[in-house]
Design a protein around this ligand. Structure first.
Ligand code: FE2
Length: 422
């Protein structure tokens, strides 16, 4: 199977488009219109225009297709009832599966084509929102049959039929605030990122009432995904002052509120702060990229069926050490977290210690061995791990050029829990 990110011409062009000199000429910064707060999506009509008024004004037919999964079905019913009370006709499609398999995306798009919505409302975690984005492409562009070849340079011409509203029910992926959809090629057991500025939702609704039911393990996994987006984004060569402001603030919020939300899911303040931090990190990485945490984490997660947030966050310390000979941007995070020291080396060590302490507090192992992957299984899969990690498009926004040998070394060091010294 060929993917857009393995095409030689695009492998050359994308890093060039990310170069500081090119971005210095003209850099777009994209966000959806965000409605946030305890009453962001509610039956009660408050003062002024609410989110339903805002997107309703853009929908002549008032046909809402609600994409969801079995876990978020109860929230979707609530959204559907609210919309029906405001003159919308709705249809709930609740068959999305974890990791958004391509065949499910196609099935979802077929139902969209029959219903002909002018608004798609994605209610769920990252897999649901990502699947809704990918199905939206197929609904708007029936001529596109190979989603895996949709590159950031492919003009899509979306929004001729429908707009997209994202209502996240987890606090981590940030998909509600990015132009990225990660789907799964199940046959190849491989993640396929679809990246397009056009995929940015028109509206994001951040209502903590939609996340209060998250169990502790999911709270930790999704929250660590948000932390990884923010920390890796700070180190990306594509950042700017806008992304830095959001990423650094999100990092502070996650260190403060994630342990609280993990320990007590009913901690309302922790829930709403985590919900906002997730979207802030999403805006930062959607505009400025993530790096090796996600290249290596995508490969690890798909190969050994490990939750995305755990698979990426486990690599934070190793990638920070790998980046450090090239950039000292980690000092911004040291300052934000008040772990700076006299030397750069000591500051980095303080930052890594802080990350490891958070992982331990959330009962996440510090190395791949601790995930229960046997040495035998690891060695059996090492070639695939390295190839998929090396080819993953997040490599494009990694600050330090990576060789295949270094990619393998990173996996091996992370397996044993060794400090990176190369
Ligand atoms: Fe992620």
């Amino acid at each position: 199977m060929t993917y857009w990110f393995t095409e030689p011409a695009l492998k050359m062009l994308v890093p060039l488009a990310c170069a500081t000199a090119i971005r210095g000429l003209s850099t777009p910064f994209s966000v959806p219109k965000i409605f946030m707060g305890s009453n962001a999506f509610s039956e009660a009509h408050g003062l002024g225009a609410d989110v339903v008024d805002a997107f309703g004004a853009m929908c002549a037919k008032k046909q809402a297709f609600i994409v969801t999964d079995e876990h978020a079905r109860r929230y979707s019913t609530r959204v559907s009832n609210i919309l029906q009370g405001r003159q919308f006709t709705t249809q709930i499609w609740d068959k999305i599966e974890p990791e958004a398999p391509l065949e499910i995306v196609r099935e979802c798009a077929e139902s969209m084509k029959q219903f002909e919505p002018d608004v798609i409302v994605a209610v769920g975690g990252g897999s649901v929102i990502d699947a809704a984005k990918a199905a939206w492409i197929l609904y708007e562009r029936p001529d596109i049959t190979d989603l895996e070849m949709v590159s950031p340079l492919t003009p899509l011409g979306l929004r001729k039929k429908a707009i997209l509203v994202a209502v996240p029910t987890t606090s981590g992926t940030g998909s509600d605030c990015t132009g990225i959809s990660v789907v799964t090629d199940t046959q190849a057991r491989r993640k396929v990122p679809i990246v397009s500025a056009e995929l940015m939702p028109d509206f994001a609704v951040l209502d903590p009432a939609f996340v209060t039911g998250m169990p502790p393990k999911l709270t930790a996994g999704t929250g660590l995904d948000a932390l990884t987006h923010a920390m890796d984004n700070v180190m990306s060569p594509m950042t700017n002052d806008f992304t830095d402001a959001l990423a650094l603030r999100a990092i502070q919020m996650i260190f403060k509120y994630l342990p609280r939300a993990y320990r007590d899911g009913t901690d309302h303040e922790a829930r709403i702060r985590m919900h906002m931090a997730s979207s802030m990190a999403g805006i930062a990485f959607g505009n400025g990229g993530v790096g090796l945490t996600h290249s290596l984490g995508h490969s690890l997660g798909k190969t050994f069926a490990i939750h995305h947030g755990i698979a990426v966050s486990i690599f934070i310390p190793y990638t920070l050490q790998f980046y450090s000979p090239i950039t000292d941007k980690y000092l911004d995070m040291c300052q934000a977290l008040e772990v700076g020291d006299k030397s750069k080396e000591k500051s980095l060590a303080g930052l890594i210690k802080k990350v490891r302490a958070l992982l331990e507090e959330l009962d996440v192992p510090l190395n791949l061995k601790g995930l229960g992957i046997s040495k035998e299984e690891f060695e059996k899969n090492i070639d695939k791990l390295v190839l998929y990690g090396f080819e993953d498009p997040s490599v494009f926004t990694n600050p330090r050029p990576l060789t295949m040998e270094q990619c393998e070394q990173l996996f091996r060091y992370a397996y044993e829990g060794k400090d990176v010294d190369f």
